[in-house]
Design a binder for this molecule. Structure first.
Ligand code: SF4
Length: 501
């Protein structure tokens, strides 16, 4: 007769330094670009590392079978992703070898969100597969120096964490270039070709990064060295070979939403960014850098609250303020190596201020007030014609933000907003909903372009003649001055008109 087994919390078996040469660290949850660069950081620190395959629809089905039914869609997708990979390896190598040869590293947190429960889903699934001894380690996303995981095989120290942060920033910069270039490329496929080469160049930079042991030396080197700036200048030379036609009129669509869904590129969000491009849009992707900035901002807020009666909190607050300034400076420096074409970081204080009438910035969990703040920021600064907000099925924090957006729309009825609930298996419904709003965004982009052209008194032919005599606007790495329009074509037109006069 079967006997019931009582619940025991998962404790990973130890992972020792001696095992490093035989054990592969699996990572996932980001775009292929970010993961490749982070892989370079792991390898630089002496680990073997491998990104999981990109998430697919089959991962959703696998996740549903093994974890609780109320799990949010990102948890289901990412658990299924790990499970399917391990299953495929188990069929080839056997369960005991898989437990010995692989470990999984992922980010964790606490708060009013299933992000704090990811590891429970993973362990439930591992139990279901008979891989209870498989090792998975959680990294705290708010701690740069966490010491060693049990056994000392993986050490989360400052040189490692700074490498990961720099890798995420570089991944963001490439992603920004990718999405602002591909819709306008003259030679189809040239963006993806240059992007792949850029990722490999930066992967090599992270893989070969000079090691500066020790906290202060590592911080000093990352802030002062031109090592990554030089690598990015080589990347810049690659992008300079891509020719674009920015007079193609396209609606700009800002992606917002839950962290994983908005960052992801693939089946996990119906591959909506590529879909939008195929539908004729220019996508404004969400940088991970903004999320990291938000985490610093949250910490500062908490310290400021405590600092009213606590001198230690006030001192720490000054320190975190310095970290924040250094972070912005570092991002700006990397961005400058790409001629300042990728977008700058938005001001977190402004995001909080914009969101304040609708969503209190002390409420964290999920994207907190940022979902509302980013939508208003893009709309009021005319950075996008439309907001596409990706909400995971069964996500509590996002449900609150979407509710707050109803009030925002009441106050800003001209904000084009497409909230898409992503369940993973209702693609046609979700995309057709997005398409309805996109149709209006296309009309707005066209209208804006025509009005801009009429204001210049120039014909389209005359503008094209100006383009032919100017190499600048035909380069992928050309920062089109923002002339108050949301669309790239309208801003380019106004810039060309200035050159013509
Ligand atoms: S924010 Fe929502 S979707 Fe993301 S992990 Fe938390 S509950 Fe899941």
């Amino acid at each position: 007769m079967a006997t019931a087994r009582h619940y025991t919390a998962y404790r990973p078996r130890v992972f020792t330094p001696a095992e490093r040469k035989d054990v592969t660290i699996l990572l996932g949850g980001l775009t292929w670009k970010h993961e490749r660069l982070v892989q370079g950081v792991f390898e630089n620190m002496g680990y073997r590392a491998q990104p999981l395959p990109n998430v697919s629809r089959a991962d959703l089905e696998a996740g549903k079978e093994l974890i609780d039914v109320g799990a949010c869609c990102p948890t289901t997708f990412t658990t299924g992703n790990l499970v399917r990979f391990l299953k495929s390896r188990t069929e080839i190598e056997g369960a005991r070898e898989v437990e010995r040869k692989y470990v999984f590293v992922t980010a964790g947190a606490c708060g009013p969100c299933r992000f704090g429960q990811y590891h429970e889903s993973y362990t439930l699934a591992l139990d279901g597969m008979g891989l209870r001894d498989f090792r998975l380690f959680l990294l705290d996303q708010t701690q740069l120096d966490q010491g060693s995981t049990p056994g000392g095989g993986l050490e989360i120290n400052l040189p490692f964490s700074l490498g990961v942060i720099w890798a995420l920033l570089c991944g963001d910069l490439l992603t920004d270039l990718e999405y602002r270039t591909r819709p306008y490329e003259v030679v189809p496929g040239s963006t993806d070709r240059v992007l792949a080469a850029s990722v490999e160049r930066l992967y090599a930079a992270f893989h070969d990064r000079p090691r500066r042991p020790g906290t202060l030396r590592s911080i000093g080197w990352h802030l002062a060295s031109s090592y990554f700036v030089r690598a990015l200048r080589e990347v810049k030379a690659l992008w300079d070979t891509v020719e674009v036609d920015r007079l193609r009129v396209k609606p700009r669509v800002k992606i917002t939403g839950e962290f994983w869904l908005q960052t992801h590129e693939g089946d996990g969000n119906y591959d909506i960014k590529r879909w939008l491009e195929k539908e004729g849009a220019e996508v404004v992707p969400p940088p991970i850098a903004v999320w990291l900035d938000y985490l610093i901002h949250l910490t500062l807020q908490q310290l400021e609250d405590r600092g009213r009666s606590d001198a230690a909190a006030r001192r720490k607050s000054r320190l975190v303020g310095g970290v924040r300034r250094a972070y912005h400076w570092a991002y700006g420096r990397l961005r400058a190596a790409l001629d300042e074409v990728p977008a700058p970081l938005p001001d977190q204080d402004e995001l909080a201020r914009l969101a304040a009438p609708y969503y209190h910035h002390r409420i964290d969990g999920g994207e907190g007030h940022m979902l509302v703040g980013k939508a208003l920021y893009a709309h009021l600064h005319r950075h996008a014609h439309m907001i596409c907000e990706l909400s995971p099925y069964a996500c509590m924090p996002n449900t609150m933000s979407v509710g707050a957006m109803s009030n925002v729309l009441g106050q800003h009825p001209d904000l084009l907003y497409a909230p898409i609930e992503v369940k993973g298996d209702a693609e046609v419904h979700a995309l057709s909903r997005c398409q309805m709003v996109l149709t209006e965004a296309k009309k707005r982009a066209q209208r804006e372009f025509e009005e801009a052209r009429e204001s210049t008194g120039l014909s389209l032919d005359a503008l094209r003649t100006v383009v032919e005599t100017q190499r600048g606007p035909r380069r992928a790495l050309f920062a089109v001055p923002h002339a108050g329009c949301a669309g790239t074509a309208a801003n380019t037109l106004l810039h060309l008109a200035r050159l013509a006069h």
